[in-house]
Design a protein around this ligand. Structure first.
Ligand code: EPZ
Length: 439
């Protein structure tokens, strides 16, 4: 479903509608071909990075997502001119007039904290609200704050606000992260590209989205090396110009559609996918009994017709380990496999909320803190389900495709944050699924 969010000025004028719901008639074996959308977790830091560019930037392969629309609204609030034409977003940041991100927009999208580094890098000051926690548990930003303070930024935390300023400019620094935080790595890079001196990040996040951000910034004139490794070095430059860039494919959306094909024992060709970004995902699907062939630069074929068995253990970890964002959809798939799978969630405190909803379909899952034990069952039966977070919602859709009878899923706004037309994509490959308005 293409949302008609209108990106005007500071406040989006998204058309107010009834809350939609997804209805799935399970049991269809999926078969067909899908092209993978651009990466949500790349487009957000890339849009933030355009604040640093004293010129016009053009980003291709931008998915239609509510989070991307929210990021464009933040850019418009800052005085950048952000416009979308299909999957291309252009941003003219010749002038950045404001340095504060409005409360309602900060609340709308937790990851808007990634604007902090870019606004500071451009204007040397910024005020934004402390990002709310989210459904995955508390989302601290202590690593962001301590790193920026080391770079000469003074940050006052008061009344739920972060008031930041760097009157003497931002200084390069040596920063060793206690955790390879994706957001903290991105914020440090964004603050460091126009700092005076060089910044070195130790224990940096290695996710593909970090590489994508560094590639865009280097096209704009930045001097970043080591992105994708644990040590990233940024040599400060005077200023950045704009650039044209194509966003990488969304590896988590690719993993989602692979799980949808596997849960229906179907087959699927994925196009515009970077198999290298799925290096921890594909072996788990093969361990289950799926046949997977990668070919050309960016195509992949999966066939899950054979009887599938449980992969026994899935432990999430920072890239290149098994991505925490794929854990919920794999839990849905594991619920339908012969045997037991133990999930260990090492990244977030509270990322098993989908287990309860999967239980309403008949899944057998016991959760104890960060460990979930899934005993596969031969049958799931459709039920009324409520999505409570983005990937948990995708897990419910995945399981509903397997379940007999009809499932109804509400809380769709969570899913729309990260999936561009998930129902249209699944319909294309044979799913009996539709998006309807609450009546
Ligand atoms: C990014 O979130 C992604 N979001 C998340 O994807 C992803 O799950 C996560 O990285 C891990 O890969 C975007 O890129 C927009 P972190 P981020 O900082 O940057 C702790 C999705 O579904 N931490 O790497 O917020 C934190 O609490 C979303 O697409 C601190 O303690 O993740 C968490 O336990 C969900 N202090 C761990 O580190 C800090 O200052 C990893 O967080 C920062 C983080």
């Amino acid at each position: 479903m293409k949302r008609n969010a209108i990106l005007k000025g500071c406040v989006g004028v998204a058309v107010k509608k009834d809350a939609p719901k997804i209805i799935v008639q399970g049991g269809s074996r999926l078969s067909g071909e899908l092209s993978v959308q651009g990466a949500k977790n790349s487009i957000l830091p890339l849009l933030s990075a355009t604040v640093l560019c004293q010129g016009e930037s053009v980003l291709h392969n931008c998915p239609n997502l509510s989070d991307a629309d929210a990021a464009c609204r933040i850019l418009n609030c800052l005085g950048c001119k952000c416009a979308r034409d299909g999957n291309t977003v252009s941003v003219n940041s010749k002038e950045v007039l404001n340095t504060d991100v409005p409360k309602d927009l900060m609340r709308e999208m937790r990851s808007s904290i990634v604007f902090l580094g870019a606004i500071l890098g451009r204007t040397r000051q910024c005020k934004l609200t402390f990002p709310g926690g989210c459904e995955l548990g508390p989302r601290p930003i202590d690593l962001h704050v301590s790193a920026l303070r080391k770079m000469g930024v003074s940050i006052d935390e008061e009344g739920g606000f972060l008031s930041c300023s760097a009157p003497k400019g931002i200084q390069g620094a040596n920063i060793s992260l206690t955790l390879p935080s994706v957001g903290a790595t991105e914020n440090i890079i964004l603050a460091a590209v126009t700092a005076s001196g060089t910044t070195e990040i130790q224990n940096a996040a290695r996710e593909p989205e970090i590489i994508d951000l560094a590639e865009f910034l280097n096209k704009c004139g930045a001097k970043i090396s080591g992105a994708g490794t644990g040590t990233v070095v940024i040599e400060g430059v005077e200023q950045l110009g704009g650039a044209e860039h194509t966003v990488i494919a969304d590896r988590i959306v690719a993993a989602t559609y692979l799980c949808c094909a596997a849960v229906t024992r179907g087959e699927l060709v994925l196009k515009n996918v970077n198999h290298g970004h799925l290096s921890a995902i594909l072996p788990v699907l093969e361990q289950m009994g799926c046949s997977i062939y990668t070919y050309n630069e960016n195509q992949l074929y999966i066939n899950a017709a054979k009887l599938l068995s449980a992969p026994h253990k899935i432990i999430t970890s920072a890239h290149p380990g098994f991505p925490t964002d794929a854990q919920p959809m794999f839990m849905a798939l594991a619920s339908t496999l012969k045997g037991t799978t133990v999930f260990v969630e090492t990244i977030f405190d509270n990322r098993f909320r989908h287990a309860h909803e999967l239980g309403r379909l008949g899944a057998k899952i016991s959760v104890n803190d960060r460990v979930a034990v899934v005993e596969g069952v031969p049958r799931l039966v459709g039920a009324e389900l409520e999505a409570s977070d983005l990937r948990g919602g995708a897990a419910l859709v995945t399981a509903a495709l397997f379940a007999d009878k009809t499932s109804t899923i509400t809380g769709i706004s969570h899913i729309e944050r990260g999936y561009d037309d998930i129902t249209g994509s699944l319909q294309k490959i044979g799913a009996t699924i539709q998006l309807t308005m609450n009546n």
